[in-house]
Design a protein around this ligand. Structure first.
Ligand code: NAP
Length: 491
């Protein structure tokens, strides 16, 4: 398998929050990997911006240690070459310090070519409170024209705040310039999901309620909320994960085939799915909060956030219905939680049993299962029923047809590009397909808000669940009441 690097135009990428955690762990290592992959043309510049007082040399040293810690590869020469592209500006997103200096980087292109504007990306890797001010100053200092802004999550806290944020950005940037990032959409398997659905004849005819019994989407984490206590205790799993990541995965599974693979066609179809979601019934949702484990010194959720009365959920499971012709009668079960037994993001499409077994009752019940693993070990498995090998009559057994990328695609498949690599390169190419549009985000909040309002009105308290478990027992009941079971959570 030969790696194909699609060239991009020379670009300038400004990272507001260039000294932050996300810049160190994700953005800078992703850029370095693309640099090593030959995708950073001569003349491309990366400009870190933050309030910390340092010069470009000190920032380069800072970037080098971030690469050493979070990238772990690359020769000394490659690192040195990459660092020569890095610059730093002391800048205050809340004030006017540094903005003229930043503008100075772009002064040479005074003869701005409207038809072919230079590629300038402004990555908002700062607290959301600063997003509006950044947009306004970029405009005021003459950098908005032709520029692209990348906006990190969380995008609002509810419908009202998301709407306000959309309006603030729209005052200075056209929607085609705004890239709302959800890194789940940058995962190799997520795009493969679309390739599998729309590139094969095999699945799409079966992709509806006539053949699909139900769909499970699980995003399980082993980590707790440490390091993000304040934010998380105000947000909870519903806002932090369900409203964005799980909702986006549901959209890609449930959407109609877009007429073409372009950003508005794909996003139009995703939006229709969100708008077709029924409101979630209170008895179709389970909230949980992890307990501590004194034996191994693990603090409870409430200990972690330092709030013994917190009623924020670190786990949520729900049953959703997409009310349209394709999906009427096929439930979608979604769950996500922290401090669970394994880190695993997986989508299971459970097909219905064959309508009649010619092999008799002894053959048991068998149904096909398509498993799409997002992390770890990205890959896709189709479980099919075959005859158990050997003597002894017609016994059936389910075996996996494993399409793990590592095996099928060799080196390329075993090291798929990190989501941030792909998404940043998409911004540079001007491709918005894998980014959320403003109306999508608002529709997702419009679906989420009543659920949260219901909890508040009822004084709902999340059910405790053990650390390293699969979540609260009530989540199993949610499935068992429907005669179904969650698939295991495995690494
Ligand atoms: P962080 O570690 O707190 O970093 C914040 C950055 O913003 C620092 O570089 C800080 O540098 C800079 N900053 C703060 N106030 C500023 C101001 N007034 N003007 C200019 N720069 C300012 O935060 P983070 O974890 O990197 O998160 C950044 C964004 O990404 C947030 O929106 C977060 O929700 C989102 N996000 C983060 C992660 C993650 O894994 N970290 C994951 C998903 C989304 P100075 O203090 O020197 O100015």
């Amino acid at each position: 398998m030969v790696s194909r690097v699609i060239p991009v135009d020379p670009f300038d990428l400004v990272i507001f929050g260039g000294t932050g955690d996300l810049a160190q762990r994700k953005i800078l290592p992703a850029l370095f990997r693309r640099f090593r992959g030959g995708q950073m043309p001569t003349g491309a510049r990366i400009i870190g911006a933050a309030r910390a007082s340092m010069d470009t040399d000190a920032y380069r040293a800072f970037v080098m240690s971030a690469l050493q810690e979070f990238s772990g590869d690359g020769s000394a020469q490659e690192i040195a070459d990459f660092l020569s592209r890095i610059h730093y500006v002391i800048l205050d997103a809340d004030g006017d310090t540094g903005w003229s200096t930043l503008r100075g980087f772009f002064d040479q292109d005074d003869e701005f070519d409207e038809a072919n504007p230079p590629v300038r990306v402004f990555y908002f890797s700062v607290r959301p409170r600063l997003f509006g001010g950044l947009a306004e100053r970029l405009y005021r200092y003459g950098m908005a024209k032709g520029g692209r802004i990348v906006v990190e999550k969380p995008f609002g806290n509810d419908l009202e705040t998301a709407r306000t944020l959309n309006q603030m950005l729209a005052a200075y940037f056209h929607e085609s310039q705004i890239y709302r990032i959800d890194h789940y959409l940058g995962k190799e398997t997520v795009q493969n999901l679309m390739a599998i659905r729309f590139g094969n004849m095999l699945f799409e005819p079966l992709w509806n309620s006539q053949y699909v019994d139900h769909i499970q989407i699980t995003v399980a984490e082993t980590v707790d909320v440490e390091g993000r206590e304040d934010y998380y205790d105000r947000a909870g799993a519903m806002r932090d994960m369900m409203q964005n990541h799980l909702m986006q995965l549901l959209c890609l599974i449930a959407m109609e085939p877009p007429a073409k693979f372009d950003s508005d066609a794909v996003r139009d179809e995703k939006l229709k799915v969100i708008r077709a979601l029924d409101p979630v019934q209170p008895h179709h949702i389970v909230r949980g909060q992890y307990s501590g484990d004194a034996d191994v010194g693990l603090p409870s959720y409430r200990d972690t956030v330092g709030n013994q009365r917190s009623t924020t959920e670190s786990y949520v499971a729900l049953k959703a219905h997409v009310s349209n012709w394709r999906w009427a009668g096929t439930p979608f079960y979604l769950r996500t939680g922290k401090r669970l037994v394994a880190r695993s993001s997986v989508i299971n499409v459970m097909f219905k049993d064959a309508p009649h077994s010619i092999f008799g009752a002894d053959a048991g019940r068998h149904a096909n299962l398509l498993t799409i693993r997002l992390q770890p070990n990205e890959g896709i498995t189709l479980q099919v029923t075959i005859k158990e090998p050997g003597q002894g009559g017609m016994r059936l057994v389910d075996v996996p047809l494993d399409m793990s990328f590592a095996e099928a695609l060799g080196k390329e498949g075993s090291h798929p590009a990190d989501a941030y690599e792909r998404l940043i390169m998409d911004v540079i190419r001007g491709n918005q397909t894998l980014f959320m549009r403003g109306d999508e985000v608002e529709a997702a909040w419009a679906w989420t808000d009543p659920v949260i309002a219901g909890w508040t009105a009822r004084g709902d308290v999340p059910k405790p669940y053990d650390s390293a478990s699969i979540g609260p027992g009530d989540a199993d009941l949610l499935m068992r009441r429907d005669g179904r079971e969650w698939r295991g959570i495995r690494p």
